[in-house]
Design a binder for this molecule. Structure first.
Ligand code: NDP
Length: 446
């Protein structure tokens, strides 16, 4: 029954979306988890809820022409996939990375539907991006690109329609340039983007939110094992927004973080990563992680980022990109006695790796639950923008912590209700799906 149901959905998805392998992977995982829900709720099957969810409500693809510093015309491709608005306006980040194509944006947008449902805030799912590579570009080039990108996107978004945010390659600088262009074109000052600067509507703690939220979520995973962060050895891949603030919170809670990476390679510092150095290199100088060893000669740099999972640790946080932990990496982590894995990145573990973790008693926090703190805090930013009020850092952080606890409870509750105790992958998919499915049922066939 399971195989037949999932195969049926997948046949439709693969035929309609050829070559979009990351999207197929994301859909399969959800279909496998929610088959049991649909079997128990025949009205969902009759209303073809899952068949509708896998089809984006709207997808946009557009030309982004701009002129580089040498006066040469460049042409990139822009995307915005407005996946599902059953529970609120489309919401999800924008990714600038050369690997971006429709399949990446669709996998991210699809995941976002369920993640956003779990946050308890009223936001639908969407995602956008471009194959533009901000690396090595001047500030002026990044600004011109962001303006060109927004020159098309602005007509499709709005504070009650679709509210983009940052993701890989899109931080405060890019959000600022896009916001400025939106305001100029739409002639309205509104909370149309989140992750904004603090002087023009941004929320305190949004920068920290995904990383902090991941650690709050994992704190509950560790509590269920009757332990905590104190004295634990931690490895966190990536050295961008998510990784830096996950490391910061883990260190505050007493963990010893010994390894971080970027797409070039990874560093191991047995004395514990000095986060100020990482922040200077990555946030201020926009440099490479290998420069860390210049300031800390006892640390070691290794070329190639995959090797980071061979560094023995108690806790692993894949915080860089999709499919960065494969079966072999998962087996190595298990062999080295890793007890918990929390996904800060989106879909960083392959299905085979997840199977290894779930089968070995490792506590596993899947992305759509564990990294939902970022988008949840974006929803808090929308809320403050609507009220024209600013909450303190402590207030936002308190709400973030509450939301992460609620997400954990929903995942555990759903996993237990369906006889899959402690399987947070199934729990997250089921709890997220149920909320969206019920909203779709109430709104008719649209
Ligand atoms: P950043 O751009 O700030 O940092 C990304 C980090 O991952 C960098 O260290 C980058 O290295 C590395 N990286 C990116 N692509 C690859 C790759 N193909 N191979 C190896 N390393 C890579 O992005 P974020 O920290 O914001 O995002 C990281 C992950 O977290 C993504 O999966 C994103 O979707 C997810 N996420 C982000 C949220 C947010 O609020 N920012 C919210 C929820 C999820 P380099 O500098 O060399 O490119």
């Amino acid at each position: 029954m399971t195989k037949q149901f999932v195969d049926g959905i997948m046949e439709q998805v693969v035929t309609r979306n050829p070559g979009e392998v990351e999207f197929h992977q994301a859909v399969r995982e959800v279909a496998e988890s929610v088959e049991v829900v649909i079997a128990g709720n025949p009205e969902f099957a009759r209303a073809k809820v899952l068949e509708r969810i896998v089809e984006p409500e709207r997808q946009l693809m557009f030309r982004v022409p701009w002129v580089d510093d040498k006066g040469v015309v460049q042409v990139n491709r822009g995307f915005r996939v407005q996946f599902n608005s059953a529970i609120g306006p489309y919401k999800g980040g924008i990714r600038f990375h050369p690997s971006v194509y429709l399949g990446i944006i669709k996998f991210l947008g699809f995941e976002q539907i369920f993640k956003n449902a779990l946050t308890t805030t009223p936001i639908g799912g969407g995602k956008g991006g471009s194959d533009f590579d901000p690396k090595g570009k001047s500030d002026n080039e990044v600004m011109r690109f962001c303006q060109a990108f927004m020159s098309e996107l602005f007509r499709h978004i709005g504070s009650d329609t679709d509210v983009p945010a940052g993701d890989i390659g899109v931080g405060g600088r890019e959000v600022g340039y896009m916001f400025g262009q939106y305001k100029k074109l739409a002639n309205v000052f509104t909370g149309v983007l989140t992750g904004k600067g603090l002087t023009y509507g941004g929320s305190l703690a949004r920068t920290e939110a995904t990383g902090y939220g991941l650690v709050y979520f994992m704190t509950r995973m560790l509590q269920d094992r009757k332990t905590d962060w104190k004295g634990k050895t931690v490895v966190s891949s990536g050295s961008g927004n998510v990784s830096i603030y996950a490391v910061q919170k883990a260190q505050q809670l007493g963990a010893r973080v010994i390894a971080m990476s970027d797409s070039g390679g990874y560093i191991v510092d047995p004395e514990g990563i000095n986060l100020n150095t990482v922040k200077r290199i990555k946030e201020v100088e926009r440099g490479r992680i290998k420069e860390y060893v210049n300031a800390h000669p006892k640390a070691k740099y290794t070329d190639g980022c995959d090797g980071i999972w061979t560094v023995p640790c108690d806790i692993a946080m894949p915080n860089a990109t999709q499919n960065e932990v494969d079966k072999q990496a998962a087996e190595t982590l298990v062999k080295n006695k890793c007890i918990a894995v929390g996904e800060g990145a989106n879909m960083p573990s392959t299905p085979e790796a997840i199977e290894v973790f779930l089968g070995s008693g490792v506590s596993f926090g899947p992305a759509k639950a564990a990294n939902a703190g970022g988008v949840a805090t974006s929803a808090l930013e929308m809320c403050q923008n609507s009220m024209r009020l600013n909450w303190t850092f402590e207030e936002v952080d308190r709400r973030l912590n509450m939301i992460m606890n609620s997400i954990y409870d929903q995942c555990i509750g759903a996993s237990e209700a369906y006889g899959l105790k402690n399987n947070l992958v199934a729990g997250a998919n089921i709890a997220g799906f149920l909320k969206v499915a019920q909203a779709m049922m109430a709104q008719g066939i649209v």
